[in-house]
Design a protein. Structure first.
Lengths: 345, 80
């Protein structure tokens, strides 16, 4: 069946089990989720995803490398013609892992680093010595020629270390994705960035992009940073925010088979389970992902009502909107909205 | 149209949170070009450079238009 809009990328929570206890973890990962999919079920799902037209499976968790079958699943993804990427905390990366990763030709391996100082990273991740292991993992991955990315999740405890992190990363050929911690899972709300702090992070990305070439320091803000600034050049990968892509071009599968448009969305946004219906049935269901597929500007809430960008923006990141504003389509962490407030002051 | 000067002054204060100098901010903001001007510049450059665009990009910018590696490093990059 030809599908005009197949998911380009599916984020797969391979397991909720994790060997760290990060204070900002939105999934509150640690222990296994109840009734996690078996390897055979994951392989069957991947075949269905490939038939659906998906091109990339992004393995994450929890911590994907604590699931011992990660390699077989990754090989299977390759064998059926899709590409693998991975987001890992880097703690389990050793020579054996690297040789297996090389064998599956990952699109990228992203390691989470949350500070320039070992004590900052270790206290956020709640594992002593984790910074040094991550640093070593980054170097080893680079030496092995594996495309590598650092993902930094910013909040009050670490955002001031961004300049020092840049000094460490610049010129190493490592891409850098900066994202904001949301008030969900284990993350304490009081550590969330203020609006000025949030804007300073966007400003940091913009000035870094101006100062360094894309070869020296490829840096981007994630989906939660940006939206229609009239003052800053783009701080994300595209020049214009195209609205939340959950259920439009991305999908998320939890380790028990629950399907959501995006793994950051709450459980009530579950559209089905791959144990009960195939991923194609869920994707093609006209009732699925209505919050984005049937979006109209009447859905916009406080702060976004009558915004001239509302039709395409859809009120920013749905997950941030729900966690920070308590309602959909009303993300208060919007550069355009903040700039309007600056003018009004 | 927003009063850009008001915003710029506010941004200099915000930039201090991450030790971003006012001069850096000023240069970055000035760097913003109207999209139509950017498109026109790209079209003119493409016409002038022709087949040499790849060579030029590689030599002077460090990345040729075909070097998509850098733009594909981010797990969700193509969605933004």
């Amino acid at each position: 069946m030809f599908r005009k809009n197949a998911p380009q990328i599916i984020a797969v929570e391979l397991t909720l089990k994790c060997n760290m206890r990060c204070i900002h973890c939105g999934s509150a990962a640690g222990d296994l989720r109840k009734k996690e999919l078996s390897s055979e079920e994951w392989m069957r799902f991947c075949e269905d995803a490939s038939d659906l037209g998906c091109k990339i499976i992004n393995l994450l968790g929890g911590e994907p490398l604590v699931r011992k079958e990660w390699y077989e699943i990754s090989q299977n993804i390759n064998d059926i013609g899709m590409r693998v990427s991975m987001i890992t905390n880097g703690y389990n990366i050793n020579d054996e892992t690297i040789s297996k990763l090389r064998a599956v030709h990952p699109y990228t391996v992203a390691i989470s680093i949350d500070g320039a100082k070992p004590e900052t990273h270790d206290s956020i991740r709640q594992v002593k010595g984790s910074f040094e292991r991550c640093r070593q993992a980054l170097i080893s991955l680079g030496d092995a020629g594996i495309p590598t990315t650092v993902i930094t999740t910013v909040h009050k405890l670490n955002f001031k270390e961004l300049p020092a992190m840049r000094d460490f990363l610049v010129g190493r050929g490592i891409a850098w994705q900066i994202q904001m911690a949301d008030s969900m899972g284990r993350f304490p709300k009081q550590l969330h960035l203020s609006f000025d702090e949030f804007y300073s992070v966007a400003l940091f990305i913009a000035t870094t992009r101006f100062q360094y070439s894309v070869k020296e320091m490829p840096v981007t803000g994630a989906h939660c940073i940006g939206y229609n600034s009239h003052v800053l050049p783009s701080v994300t990968m595209s020049s214009r925010w195209k609205g939340c892509q959950a259920g439009i071009s991305v999908l998320g599968i939890e380790s028990d088979g629950s399907v959501k448009g995006c793994l950051s969305l709450p459980r009530e946004f579950t559209e089905g389970n791959v144990r009960e219906r195939s991923i194609a049935e869920i994707w093609d269901d006209p009732g699925s992902f209505g919050y984005n597929r049937k979006f109209d500007t009447a859905s916009l809430k406080e702060g976004c009502v009558e915004c001239k960008y509302g039709r395409t923006c859809k009120g920013g990141c749905l997950s941030v909107s729900l966690s920070e504003a308590g309602k959909a389509h009303s993300d208060p962490y919007c550069l355009y909205r903040l700039e309007k407030e600056m003018v009004a002051k | 149209m927003m009063r850009r000067k008001n915003i710029e002054e506010h941004l200099y204060n915000i930039g201090q949170l991450l030790e971003i100098k006012a001069e850096e901010i000023k240069l970055t903001l000035k760097h913003k070009k109207h999209p139509i001007i950017m498109i026109a510049l790209i079209i003119i450059a493409a016409i002038v450079l022709g087949d040499n665009a790849m060579v030029f990009g590689k030599k002077y910018i460090g990345v040729s238009p075909l070097d998509f590696d850098f733009f594909q490093r981010f797990p969700f990059s193509h969605l933004f």
